[in-house]
Design a protein around this ligand. Structure first.
Ligand SMILES: Nc1ncnc2c1ncn2[C@@H]1O[C@H](COP(=O)(O)OP(=O)(O)OP(=O)(O)O)[C@@H](O)[C@H]1O
Ligand SMILES: [Mg+2]
Length: 302
């Protein structure tokens, strides 16, 4: 299954303009039909301790990129023996092969690699936006491939935040609406969603741009809106594809500090694709994607 924009960033349909009369930051009062958090058949929470114990031995010894404690601890994110080939005419283009990864709660991982090595492909698989050709990906104890479409969308809304390489903001919606949308879809009230969105936009330095639409924002401002949107639900893990790629060094530093603060206070795990050595060095671990596999790099000296 492939989808460019997951449900937690789906359009609101026709209701965006309604209720926008109040001066500041009004939000659409309706989530589109079929996107309600009430859908889906999953339990709200995976029972504690179920994710780490199951099947943790199957990945033994096959990759250098697994968590530092192999069999213990509860992993927020696990990829086991993951492969991804793309069909190109009559032949297959192998991009990932036998890739293993395990991320604990609160852990921060940098993924580096040359252009075309498969970093975005990997993030899409980790977030359940795409299915592997081989292997499995588990988030908070649930294997993406065991989930139906709406259950997958609900699980993603609850547990995963995305910052895309090309941010995918919704052009018809304001900054505050874009950021609030995952909260609304997750079942928050309009007031709560708006309050959370405004607070996060303030933290990324956009408190005076709440009503701007993406076309009215600079590239770096759009990227900051996308970062706020990824964090607004306090997900278990945030997957980021070059999150500061459009930012000047000063702003990138501020955003990185914010991300690290949220990582500590909310215990959110990060997987960050980056070409910026300064960002990579501030993660707990760094892996390099080479020839379709993740190779652990030595711990960075900060
Ligand atoms: N849908 C697709 N069909 C066929 N090939 C694809 C598809 N998507 C990606 N690829 C190929 O897979 C390889 C990995 O692409 P990917 O976007 O994951 O690279 P990347 O590491 O994110 O690169 P960059 O740093 O430039 O963003 C590339 O060679 C690309 O051409
Ligand atoms: Mg990419």
């Amino acid at each position: 299954m492939t989808s460019d924009i997951p449900l937690n960033e789906s359009p609101l349909g026709d209701s965006a303009a309604e209720g926008s009369s109040s001066a500041e930051g009004s939000l659409p009062n309706k989530v589109p039909e079929g996107t309600s958090a009430a859908e889906g058949s999953l339990p709200n929470k995976v029972p504690e301790g179920t994710s780490a114990a199951e099947g943790s031995s199957s990945a033994e010894g096959s990759s250098s990129a697994e968590g530092s404690s192999s069999a213990e601890g509860s992993y927020v994110l696990e990829a086991k023996e993951v492969g991804r080939d793309y069909q190109q005419g009559d032949s297959l283009l192998p991009v990932l092969r036998d890739t293993n990864l395990a991320i604990k709660a609160g852990e921060k991982l940098a993924v580096v690699g040359v252009s075309g090595s498969g970093k975005t492909t990997l993030l899409n698989l980790l977030g359940g936006l795409d299915d592997p050709s081989a292997g499995s990906v588990t988030v908070c104890g649930a294997d993406w491939q065991g989930l139906g479409v709406s259950a997958r969308a609900k699980w993603r809304n609850q547990h995963v935040g995305f910052v895309y390489q090309f941010h995918h903001l919704l052009g018809e919606f304001s900054a505050v609406e874009n950021v609030a949308l995952p909260c609304l879809i997750g079942g928050a009230s309009v007031a709560e969603a708006q309050q959370r969105a405004e607070a996060l936009l303030g933290k990324v330095g956009l408190g005076d741009r709440l009503q701007h639409k993406p076309s009215e924002l600079s590239g770096g401002e759009r990227q900051r809106v996308a970062i706020a949107r990824a964090l607004v639900t306090s997900p278990s893990v945030v997957l980021m594809d070059e999150p500061t790629g459009n930012l000047d060094p000063g702003t990138a530093g501020v955003i990185l500090d914010l991300l690290l603060t949220l990582n500590q206070t909310l215990n959110i795990s990060f997987v960050v694709v980056t070409h910026d050595p300064a960002i990579a060095a501030r993660m707990d671990r760094q892996v390099n994607l080479i020839d379709g596999q993740l190779v652990e790099l030595e711990a960075a000296v900060v």
